[in-house]
Design a protein around this ligand. Structure first.
Ligand code: BEZ
Length: 212
């Protein structure tokens, strides 16, 4: 099984889902993508995650990010479970849940960690850029639901740093000052970042977020 690492091209696949057959590359088009697995349908933490994901769809849409969930259950099972999620989470699941019964995608993306569970996917997250390269990989155990505020925050960082020569410091959130990329000399940074550059150390230069 191939290991997917940051910068690798996300493997393409075609698989059934709660919204019919999905080809990853066709589905993503020129958008960013977030592919996230969960262990199983009709489980409590997953129900809260999928409901929360649905409520965050507007935030992902604003950032041009298409959502794709996955578990190793069938499309028919997903359809039944979605009714429960909509009811108890007071939402409408409005993105596809891949039905990876034969583990095709789970194996491709190494989402089953046998020492955690032999058959169920862990809570993996892959964020894929428009050029189809993998920009972020996260892995959570079944017992820990993900924080969707963090997923949105990290997408803001990935998109900012993809288009500007900056990096985001610890606990950064959209609107905070950012770090000037170490590859840029301070004299050049002062020309590029017209809102100002503060040199705290020669290697630590801060500037207001350039795209707001
Ligand atoms: C859950 O979603 O609640 C869950 C799923 C598998 C194992 C543990 C928890």
């Amino acid at each position: 099984m191939a290991t997917i690492r940051l910068g690798d091209v996300a493997p393409d696949f075609t698989v059934d889902s709660s919204m019919g057959m999905i080809n990853l590359y066709d589905y993503l088009g020129d958008s960013w993508g977030i592919l996230f697995s969960h262990p199983a349908d009709f489980t409590p933490v997953c129900t809260t995650e999928l409901g929360t994901a649905a409520k965050f769809k507007d935030e992902f849409d604003k950032r041009n990010v298409k959502m794709l969930a996955l578990s190793v259950d069938s499309a028919a099972s997903h359809a039944e479970w979605i009714k429960d999620i909509n009811e108890v989470q007071n939402t409408e699941v409005n993105f596809p849940i891949l039905a990876d019964e034969d583990h095709k995608v789970s194996d491709l993306y190494d989402m089953i960690h046998p020492n955690a569970n032999n058959t169920l996917t862990v809570r993996s997250v892959f964020i894929i850029a428009p050029d189809k390269t993998v920009k972020l990989i996260l892995t959570y155990p079944a017992s820990t639901g993900r924080n969707f505020y963090e997923l949105v925050r990290v997408i803001d960082s990935l998109q900012l740093t993809a288009y500007h020569k900056v990096a985001t410091p610890a606990n950064w959130k959209n609107g905070d000052d950012v770090v000037v990329s170490p590859a840029i000399k301070t004299e050049d940074a002062k020309k590029i970042f017209t809102k100002g550059v503060e040199e705290i150390k020669p290697y630590l230069r801060m500037t207001p977020q350039p795209n707001i």
